[in-house]
Write a protein of this length. Structure first.
Length: 82
């Protein structure tokens, strides 16, 4: 049994190499290229950056939501008093 386990280990171990971790995001160097293009005045990226900043400013004005501000009653139709 030991020789079989050893043989199995020797055959399977190379297949268990380090798997490359999935990468979700921009390619390396993409941010630097975008910064350079914006600095050069690329109209598409400058417009996109302006829109992004406007959306961010608008989002900052929205008050955070709270679960205590619910208007719908729970299924038992009793409002909890806190």
């Amino acid at each position: 049994m030991k020789p079989f386990a050893l043989l199995l280990l020797v055959l399977v171990l190379p297949m268990c190499g380090r798997a490359e971790r999935p990468y979700f995001g921009a390619e390396p160097g993409a941010l630097e290229k975008a910064k350079q293009a914006i600095a050069a005045g690329d109209p598409v990226l400058v417009g996109a950056l302006k829109k992004l900043k406007q959306d961010a400013e608008k989002a900052l004005l929205v008050a955070p939501a709270s679960v205590t501000e619910k208007k719908q009653l729970p299924p038992a139709a009793m409002r909890m008093i806190t």
